[in-house]
Ligand binder design. Structure first.
Ligand SMILES: *[C@@H]1O[C@H](CO)[C@@H](O)[C@H](O)[C@H]1NC(C)=O
Length: 191
């Protein structure tokens, strides 16, 4: 009886630690440029990519491509494709792309010549569950730039945000280690 309830607790912790992926942030039209930020990072199957349209100066889309540096929509039947939004730095429109397969994902903006001339395309390297991202993404959006201050604050917020993913990943690793330890001791108890 004790062992069964312990098993239930361990399984619940294990499932929770794997089902709740990270939410990685990508800025669409970062700093009013024709670019995504970050434009390349590692994530895991089960994570979500939350695109934030942050530029009020232009309309943009997020459209899945089959290869890098192409400006053609993917042939996959369920290829990701957002609607076109004009951004809002204070309250950005969002779209969420859930990562369900390992491998590289490519995307671009299909408005005008944003992709073909301004190279507005990017990629995400999707790793299997449990593989450690080497180039982590951002789990928080940097503070919107204040219109009245110098250019330096955005650098500061980017540096501060850079600390977030590694601590989040440490948390994941620790809980994974705890669950593994618990499973091993459970197995030992059952023998
Ligand atoms: C990711 O976002 C969803 C929806 O806002 C939320 O329910 C979930 O707890 C978030 N996950 C993490 C790891 O922050």
């Amino acid at each position: 009886m004790v062992k069964f309830s312990f098993l239930a607790v361990v399984l619940t912790a294990f499932l929770a630690s794997n089902v709740n992926g990270e939410n990685y942030t990508v800025q669409v039209g970062v700093d009013d440029t024709l670019a995504f930020a970050p434009d390349r990072f590692d994530a895991n199957v089960g994570d979500n990519i939350v695109f934030h349209w942050v530029s009020a100066k232009a309309k943009h889309t997020v459209i899945e491509a089959d290869r890098e540096a192409t400006c053609m929509k993917s042939n996959k039947p369920l290829a990701f494709a957002s609607v076109a939004y004009t951004g809002n730095p204070e309250a950005p429109p969002k779209a969420v792309w859930k990562l369900d397969t390992a491998g590289p994902l490519y995307y671009f903006c299909n408005i005008g010549t944003h992709c073909s001339e301004a190279n507005m395309y990017a990629m995400i390297n999707v790793l299997e569950v449990g593989q450690t991202p080497q180039v982590p993404g951002f789990t928080k959006l940097p503070e919107p730039k204040s219109t009245s201050t110098s250019a330096s604050p955005s650098k500061k917020t980017k540096a501060a945000a850079a600390d977030e993913p590694s601590s989040a990943n440490d948390g994941k690793r620790v809980s994974f280690a705890v669950v593994c330890g618990a499973l091993i001791s459970l197995a030992v108890n059952l023998i």
